[in-house]
Design a protein around this ligand. Structure first.
Ligand SMILES: [Zn+2]
Length: 291
């Protein structure tokens, strides 16, 4: 395990325990989550060593990275995904100035394929070899390993997307600097992450499915996202709700909390979460960031 001694956002060294959560999908191990006393950043600490993180992704239940369709929640997830993929394309479209888009953590390749089919010059980066190769085979898309990030020209991309990816990145600092280098001056970065200050996070507490330890190394809020990017002189321009995520996360959380699925309770909690959300307190949100 790796103990993080200075806050990944502000560098301070004093943390308070936030909660202890269980890895429900792969290892069933418990992990501690701490909160920085200085800036309020919440992160998994200690966390598995980088070379051991891979084994925590090895499960067919881990839908974000696999394409299996067993289970009702997964079936719903895939239906909703069709809708959200098009919404994401509509969102990035106005910013595709030079038509070059990079999707970091392209996973099974569904988003990359959506934009590729619309004629976008689309590149993907995916660290998992098996996932990367199967996405290339399935869609014929251009996906490279993570090390390729340093090979792209400065200012090359007018759009960079990270759909539920930033919370998985071990070297946050290095990654943001790299993104800043390859993003064009008038381009936009789209970062989708869960929000631990949402209604469903507060309601389910340690059972909240989007803590997803230890795969989620960081647990962002609008405040800490702003602080993180401000540190790199990047500006948070807009916060966009992901209204389907509250349902998916609530249904999974019900299962984690009670050991069995409860679709109705999950749906009710999902509705409540969206209903009670203010401007930026949805279950998951897309942050639009400018260089
Ligand atoms: Zn801090």
């Amino acid at each position: 395990m790796e103990e993080i001694s200075s806050c990944p956002v502000c560098g301070h060294t004093h943390f308070t325990p936030f909660l202890t959560a269980k890895d429900h999908t792969v290892s069933k191990e418990q992990f501690q989550i701490v909160e920085c006393k200085e800036c309020g950043f919440v992160f998994t600490n200690p966390r598995p060593l980088q070379e051991n993180l891979g084994k925590y992704y090895k499960s067919t239940a881990y839908v974000s990275h696999s394409d299996t369709s067993d289970g009702i929640i997964n079936k719903l997830y895939k239906q909703v995904r069709k809708i959200t993929l098009n919404q994401k394309y509509k969102l990035v479209k106005p910013y595709l100035e030079n038509n070059n888009l990079l999707d970091i953590g392209s996973g099974a390749g569904a988003f990359l394929n959506t934009v590729y089919e619309k004629g976008v010059n689309a590149f993907g980066v995916e660290p998992d070899k098996e996932t990367r190769e199967s996405s290339i085979k399935k869609y014929g898309i251009n996906v490279k390993e993570e090390s390729a990030l340093s090979e792209f020209d400065k200012d090359y991309f007018s759009v960079i997307t990270m759909w539920h990816v930033l919370e998985h990145v071990p070297n946050l600092e290095e990654r943001i600097l790299e993104i800043k280098r390859i993003l064009s001056p008038s381009g936009r970065l789209f970062v989708a992450v869960p929000n631990h200050t949402s209604f469903d996070a507060n309601y389910y507490k340690e059972h909240w499915a989007a803590y997803d330890v230890p795969r989620h190394l960081y647990h962002f809020s609008p405040v800490t996202i702003r602080k993180l990017f401000n540190k790199h002189n990047m500006v948070l321009e807009q916060v966009i709700p992901m209204k389907f995520d509250s349902f998916y996360v609530s249904m999974l959380s019900e299962q984690y909390k009670n050991g069995k699925p409860n679709l109705l309770k999950g749906i009710i909690s999902g509705i409540k979460s969206n209903f009670k959300a203010e401007n930026d307190t949805y279950s998951s949100q897309i942050y639009v960031i400018k260089r």
